[in-house]
Design a protein around this ligand. Structure first.
Ligand SMILES: Nc1ncnc2c1ncn2[C@@H]1O[C@H](COP(=O)(O)OP(=O)(O)OP(=O)(O)O)[C@@H](O)[C@H]1O
Ligand SMILES: N[C@@H](CCO)C(=O)O
Length: 306
């Protein structure tokens, strides 16, 4: 490796009832410029990144170390310069992107030749659930399961004709805190009812019946009813987005961002209407990323000719 750039998309997890399982990659990116060095150094170059912790506490380094350790390799030092368009702790998978980036750093530094399945296993061990990390790695709309024996299965769909509109509030909500408000257990009847909503949502999204998918997104019983209280304007955003043409609006990941799924080409109308109604939110029109992580190399020859 001489010098490389790693770009990892943001992601939205759950999509309503697909709790800890469904995810989509979206076109906002964490970008790492990596070069060999004599010591570890991580530099942040954007407002969306946390203040730089000691290298050993940095999530990207920890993911790289977890990967190197898993294959009994030693991490050689490098200098990483990071830029990010993904707001932290807002429900757009910032931690998943950082973990996927760190795994890729170790993959390259240690010449591991990992497959995407290998990387997904390592990332899920760190993140706890595969929804965001699978989307960031593969791109597209991804439905995943972490089986009790540790195996992970995924199904990916790309070219989904949807516009996405996100409503990002100014405050952070850590996933850890947003999970604390959820019930520890569901009865058999509750689990069956919540799974039925999820099953129909996934089937409808896969079949392209977005009106039905939107209805099921908004009928989640696994997490939205409990997390709604953490998000100001939750109901109003859903209602206004529906009036402006959205199929459905849900909490993105663990929140506090909300996300609408809209007919392709119609998202800008929802974006401009809700920008006016909710001026304290950062309202953005996004689209799906169908590629996932992308690595490019700059050779020594190219570097000197620049
Ligand atoms: N690029 C990054 N570099 C270092 N640490 C990061 C980076 N991105 C996220 N983190 C760490 O992850 C934390 C946010 O993770 P958290 O799971 O709470 O939110 P999220 O991943 O943005 O949202 P969600 O999982 O709901 O989509 C940050 O506070 C920070 O500690
Ligand atoms: N499925 C996760 C996504 C955030 O990491 C949750 O909702 O808690």
């Amino acid at each position: 490796m001489s010098r490389m750039t790693i770009a990892v998309p943001a992601s939205t997890a759950n999509i309503g009832p697909g709790f800890d399982s469904a995810g989509m990659a979206v076109n906002r990116y964490l970008t790492l410029h990596v070069e060999e060095s004599t010591q570890w150094e991580i530099e942040h170059r954007s407002v969306h990144l946390p203040s730089v912790p000691p290298v050993t506490d940095h999530l990207v380094y920890q993911a790289a170390l977890h990967t190197a350790n898993a294959y009994n390799k030693t991490l050689t030092p490098c200098k990483i310069t990071m830029e990010s368009e993904i707001p932290l702790a807002r429900g757009l998978g910032s931690s998943a992107s950082a973990i996927i980036a760190g795994i890729e750093v170790a993959n390259q530094l240690c010449s591991l030749s990992l497959t995407k399945a290998d990387k997904l296993k390592l990332a899920t061990e760190m993140e706890g659930h595969p929804d965001n990390v699978a989307a960031a790695l593969y791109g597209g709309f991804i439905v995943s399961v972490l089986l009790p024996n540790g195996e992970i299965e995924i199904l990916q769909k790309t070219d989904v004709p949807l516009d996405l509109v996100v409503y990002i509030p100014t405050f952070e909500l850590k996933t850890e805190d947003a999970r604390k408000v959820l019930p520890e257990q569901f009865s058999r009847n509750e689990a069956a009812a919540a799974s039925a909503v999820s099953n129909v949502m996934i089937a409808a999204l896969s079949a392209g019946d977005f009106t039905l998918a939107g209805k099921m997104m908004e009928a989640d019983l696994f997490h939205e009813p409990y997390r709604a209280t953490l998000i100001p304007n939750y109901e109003q955003i859903r209602q206004e987005a529906k009036l402006a043409g959205a199929y459905g609006t849900v909490i993105s990941g663990a929140g506090p961002t909300m996300i609408s799924f809209a007919p392709k080409g119609e998202g800008h109308k929802i974006e401009s209407k809700l920008k006016t109604t909710f001026p304290s939110y950062e309202v953005q029109l996004l689209s799906m990323d169908d590629v996932g992580i992308h690595v490019s190399y700059i050779s020594e020859k190219e570097k000197t000719s620049k």
